[in-house]
Design a protein around this ligand. Structure first.
Ligand code: URP
Ligand code: ZN
Ligand code: ZN
Length: 477
């Protein structure tokens, strides 16, 4: 089966050129001028459009068990939403509970996606405990399950969080196995103590989430991780970096030889902390960890992205319904609900609001609208941070992350002139709200292919559930 894209203005992370693209059996077979159309080929004319490699979101949560509930999207809605937004590969966090068996957990996580996901996918393996059985289990997960990145949480004490001995052991093993460790960096004890103090003083609303986990708490987490990485020689990837001092600490570590990559996420680039101060508990829609910061950090993050200090822009897609799940932390006793959404009759507080913002569908459009259109980043940076770098860091390049001969035919034909409005009424995500309701966007993925199959055509869904494949990776790739 052939697909021929004519007159493509191809934008990769390091070049831009005009050519035709011929895809065969899911792979880009040839790129060049005036390619001959094989008999029966589907032909798309991309004149006037931009053509990008499929975008990669290296940090999403699908049906995550978290804070007494589950994040809202399953693989059917999550992968469809990703594709509608131009994202053709998802990397999800497999997050077992501390008591769970890691091998059973990865099998379970894989089985949730297999035959359901419309886009390609792989996982970071969450290490939420390290005991004597862990090294053998993790080796098996790397070698047989073909998962070559781990995830650790320095936050979420008593849930996913690990202690320093476990962190040291995880990083040492990762260095030995040649895998990268992704990490959520916030000092868990400082968060727990500050939360207690704020709640005891009667500070209950969502606007207190940010003060309970200030910049310094995240910066300490980054410094902490970088020190452990230096001691163990492990490669680290810091997820959802929200602020200037944290990026600077990691960049300094990099200069002194630590193998560190830095991720930020789209909410930090387009929202500031005033979102969590919205009246009528609307601020709960914007509660995520680390929290959304003051405007000055947003300006810094854009510059750091343009300067190449930040490697990737992900989402940390962790969607929870507003009317039910987010209300688990409502301070009004009449509006606060428990995990089965029954009224508690007691005041909730910000520590009980499930953390996360739905954004897998909007990441690329928001990055283009707020990054490329006003000139904060150029097109190459856009492709690099939303696709190519993630592929390189996580061993998917050049199969993914580039339009090149031999690469998977994951292609986004982008209409740079399209204008539209974001709304819960039209999104494909499962949540009952959009964090960006009513926002105007410029540019959209008009056509999206996964391994040569058209999943979105003229901005409309035409994909197939279950088309997505698990991406088996090799350590050290
Ligand atoms: O608020 C967030 N980030 N929720 C999802 C879990 C995590 O920390 O990544
Ligand atoms: Zn996190
Ligand atoms: Zn996350």
């Amino acid at each position: 089966m052939h697909l021929l894209i004519r007159n493509a203005d191809i934008v990769n992370a390091d070049d831009r050129f005009l050519a035709d693209i011929l895809c065969k059996d899911g792979v880009i077979e040839k790129i060049g001028p005036d390619l001959e159309a094989p008999p029966g080929a589907e032909i798309i004319d991309a004149s006037g459009k931009l053509v990008f490699p499929g975008f990669i979101d290296p940090h999403v949560h699908i049906y995550l068990p978290f804070m007494g509930t589950f994040s809202k999207d399953d693989w059917a809605s999550g992968s469809k939403a990703a594709l509608m937004g131009g994202t053709t590969t998802l990397i999800e966090m497999c997050c077992p509970g501390r008591g769970d068996d890691p091998i059973e957990a990865i099998h379970h996580w894989k089985s949730n996606a297999a035959g359901v996901s419309s886009c390609d996918y792989t996982f970071h393996m969450g290490v939420t405990r390290f005991d004597k059985g862990t090294p053998a289990a993790l080796k098996q997960i790397v070698e047989d399950e073909r998962i070559t990145s781990f995830k650790v949480f320095l936050a979420y004490k008593g849930a996913f969080g690990i202690d320093d001995t476990e962190l040291y052991q995880t990083l040492s093993l990762a260095a030995e196995l040649g895998v990268t460790v992704t990490a959520h960096c916030e000092n868990a004890d400082l968060v727990a103590e500050t939360q207690k103090k704020l709640v005891a003083a009667g500070n209950l609303g969502p606007e207190w989430h940010e003060p309970s986990r200030p910049v310094s708490v995240e910066t300490e987490g980054c410094h902490h991780l970088a020190t452990f990485a230096q001691m163990t020689g492990a490669s680290i990837y810091v997820v959802h970096t929200s602020n200037q001092p944290s990026v600077e600490v990691l960049d300094d570590a990099r200069r002194s030889g630590v193998k560190a990559s830095i991720e930020t996420v789209i909410p930090y680039l387009v929202l500031d902390r005033s979102a969590a101060e919205k009246a009528d508990f609307e601020g709960a829609k914007y509660v995520m960890s680390p929290p959304i910061r003051a405007k000055e950090h947003q300006d810094f993050l854009w510059k750091a992205l343009a300067d190449g200090l930040i490697d990737t822009v992900a989402t940390d897609h962790a969607p929870f319904d507003f009317q039910t799940q987010k209300h688990m932390g409502h301070p009004d006793p009449d509006k606060c609900v428990d995990a089965s959404f029954q009224p508690t009759g007691k005041p909730g507080n910000f520590t009980l609001i499930p953390n996360g913002i739905p954004s897998v569908e909007e990441r690329v459009k928001l990055l283009y609208t707020h990054g490329v259109v006003p000139g904060r980043i150029d097109l190459q940076t856009f492709v690099r941070c939303a696709s190519a770098r993630a592929a390189e860091i996580f061993g998917l390049y050049p199969k993914k992350g580039v339009i090149g001969e031999g690469s998977d035919a994951d292609i986004v034909i982008w209409d740079p002139d399209w204008e539209g409005t974001i709304s819960v009424k039209s999104h494909s995500m499962a949540t009952d709200y959009s964090a960006f309701e009513g926002w105007q966007v410029t540019g959209r993925p008009e056509t999206v292919t996964v391994r040569g199959k058209i999943m979105v055509r003229d901005g409309e869904w035409c994909g197939e559930a279950g088309w997505g494949e698990f991406l088996a990776r090799k350590p050290g790739a």
